[in-house]
Design a protein around this ligand. Structure first.
Ligand code: EPU
Length: 350
């Protein structure tokens, strides 16, 4: 295993931001990590784990040693009475993994098709779309503690999944030892795909597809194809127009706060949650503040979905992390001034 120096990170982040890693190591196996630990120069060096780079904003060069996870492998671990258990290497492309499961007769991940990134990134932010979150299909994962070098396995409870959240997004501090951010490298993820398979088609966009096609009993491949088409129509392809998916989380408010906002803005898009809180569509809030299609420097708000910030400069004159964050702050300020709601960014700012 070779540690490379002064590596361009533009090809490794979906915004297409220009930044460099002082040092970068490609991790294709557990043995590569062990080799790194055996080298006194790298053993205790600060490290940054990079997956697909689809949920990060790079605001400068990365000083910690970048570990680019490239662990491959897809296999059926168990064909049980109640579920298929499938395992994927953390470096596998997420969408290709979903496609592989559907095509090989292990359905259950189809609603999560077309999400950019890698398998290892999926549990970090508990990816979700069209009625399914990763935690609904999660069995366990293997990881390596970057400080001790020890391998460990976590089940769903130990991952502490929340809405676009997990133990991997929290930093352990002195009096709070909850948090594995910067501390763990996920090597493999196992999915539990329940039998018998049931279609999850409660989402409005999917109901529309059923009406349009007259197919009210879609199989997993039909849903996979519909999700691909829906996402292609709504969300920009990062290979064409750099972006990091939804830039903010959808905020939750109390029913009282929601009633107050509805009194002023009757059209606000809101959904009741199981715990009694109300989720608001952040895209609608940003749209209502007039941001759709606007730009700050080369950072823009996507024309078809105000929740997505995009790189308007392409590969040649790309947006900077600073421009993205300036636009994000301006959006946060105007949403706060109009609705009294603080939007929280979804990507990790590096
Ligand atoms: N809306 C507007 N204007 C906009 C954008 C949205 O009025 O500019 C309205 C829409 O009309 C719709 C509502 O807001 O009524 C919600 O929009 P949409 O269905 O596009 O979903 P979203 O809440 O914006 C979330 C996830 C997406 C996921 C979709 C589908 C978050 C932060 N985002 O988006 O996830 O694909 O639902 O399940 O939860 C991501 O996390 O990167 C991501 C793309």
């Amino acid at each position: 295993m070779i540690v490379e120096s002064n590596v361009a990170l533009q090809p490794f982040n979906s915004f297409g931001i220009v930044a460099r890693a002082q040092h970068l190591a490609r991790i294709a196996s557990e043995a590569d990590l062990a080799a790194l630990r055996a080298d006194a120069q790298w053993r205790d060096a600060p490290k940054f784990v990079l997956g697909g780079g689809s949920n990060i904003v790079l605001t400068g060069d990365v000083k910690p040693l970048v570990l680019k996870v490239e662990i491959q492998g897809l296999r059926l671990v168990e064909d049980g009475a109640r579920a298929w258990i499938v395992e994927a290497g953390a470096g596998e492309n997420w969408h290709d993994t979903v496609q592989w499961t559907v095509e090989n007769g292990f359905p259950g991940l189809e609603n999560l098709a077309m999400i950019p990134g890698t398998v290892g990134g999926a549990p970090v932010q508990n990816i979700g779309a069209y009625g399914i979150e990763l935690q609904d299909r999660f069995e366990s994962l293997d990881a390596i503690d970057l400080v001790t070098g020890r391998a460990f396995t976590l089940d769903a409870a130990q991952c502490a999944f929340g809405y676009r959240d997990s133990v991997f997004k929290h930093v352990a501090t002195g009096d709070n030892d909850f948090g594995l951010a910067g501390r763990a490298l996920i090597t493999r993820v196992r999915f539990r795909l329940p039998k018998p398979w049931k279609a999850v088609v409660g989402y409005l966009d999917l109901e529309r597809r059923m009406e349009e096609t007259g197919n009210f009993t879609p199989d997993a491949k039909d849903i996979f194809d519909w999700i691909c088409a829906i996402r292609r129509a709504k969300l920009p392809d990062w290979r064409v127009l750099g972006n990091a998916g939804s830039f903010f989380k959808n905020p939750t408010v109390t029913p009282e706060q929601c009633a107050d906002i509805i009194a002023r803005d009757p059209k606000i898009v809101h959904y009741p949650m199981a715990d009694g809180s109300i989720k608001l569509a952040a895209g609608w809030l940003i749209d209502a503040c007039g941001w759709k299609g606007k730009s700050v420097g080369n950072a823009g708000v996507y024309e078809k979905q105000a929740l997505v910030l995009v790189n308007r400069g392409g590969r040649e004159d790309p947006v900077t992390g600073g421009e993205v964050m300036t636009l994000a702050k301006a959006i946060q300020t105007s949403v706060y001034e109009r609705f009294g709601i603080r939007l929280e960014p979804e990507p990790v700012v590096v």
